[in-house]
Design a protein around this ligand. Structure first.
Ligand code: ADP
Length: 201
């Protein structure tokens, strides 16, 4: 399976999503995360600690394609239209992490409009860093995007410092000593299950 994680704006949890989806897949089959982001966030994350899968830069893509069953690509920030078309063609599914604030949603909608048609079966928007109740931001974002006819994952990722701790420790969130690490891990686990269902269809 080849998954591309992409976002049109920084701070949407693109790398955090790439790391946790790769961890989910690595429990089932050999998995590699390809860091194509010039910021090298995923490689830096991996260098700080230990992740249960390999992280390589894009120069190693060809070798990785031969060695691993699953490939997760942390794509470069601010992709151009040609990059996106190529990812759409070459990935089984694109995952677009999005924080539910109005500016991020506007940026995403503008980009999707500008792109014209990305095939709606080829991507899902993932709401990330969702603030807890009593905030309605995530629900509002979901309603708005659904009304706009855009495809979303059913699940979403809560906002929790445990994710920041995982990044600092170079681990996945389930390895962090934090009372909420289990529920945080379950959020990405549920998305992993959705991905398996979508890609099989
Ligand atoms: P991007 O790759 O889109 O720039 P990152 O994955 O690097 O995003 O995340 C940006 C910041 O948000 C990091 O500090 C990260 O630890 C934090 N973060 C990511 N996901 C969450 C979350 N669910 N809750 C709280 N903070 C998060």
């Amino acid at each position: 399976m080849i998954l591309g994680i992409l976002s049109f704006k920084g701070g949407q949890a693109k790398t955090t999503t790439a790391v946790h989806i790769a961890a989910f897949l690595s429990k089932r089959a050999s998995t590699v995360l390809i860091d194509s982001d010039l910021n090298r966030s995923a490689l830096t994350w991996a260098g700080r600690g230990e992740l249960p899968f390999a992280v390589v830069d894009e120069q190693q893509t060809a070798r990785a394609a031969r060695q691993y069953e699953n490939i997760v690509i942390d794509t470069k920030a601010r992709p151009l239209s040609g990059d996106i078309k190529s990812l759409e063609k070459n990935c089984d599914l694109l995952i677009l992490p999005l924080t539910p604030d109005p500016l991020s949603i506007d940026a995403l909608k503008l980009t999707l409009d500008a792109l014209g048609q990305i095939d709606k079966t080829k991507y899902r928007i993932l709401l990330t860093i969702c603030p807890p109740f009593p905030s309605h931001d995530a629900d509002d974002a979901r309603r708005l995007l659904t009304q706009a006819g855009l495809p979303l994952f059913e699940g979403q990722i809560r906002r929790a410092v445990a994710f920041q701790r995982a990044g600092l420790a170079g681990s996945t969130v389930d390895q962090v000593a934090d009372p909420r690490s289990e529920e945080c891990s379950a959020d990405y686990e549920a998305i992993g299950q959705e991905i398996l269902r979508i890609v099989k269809e």
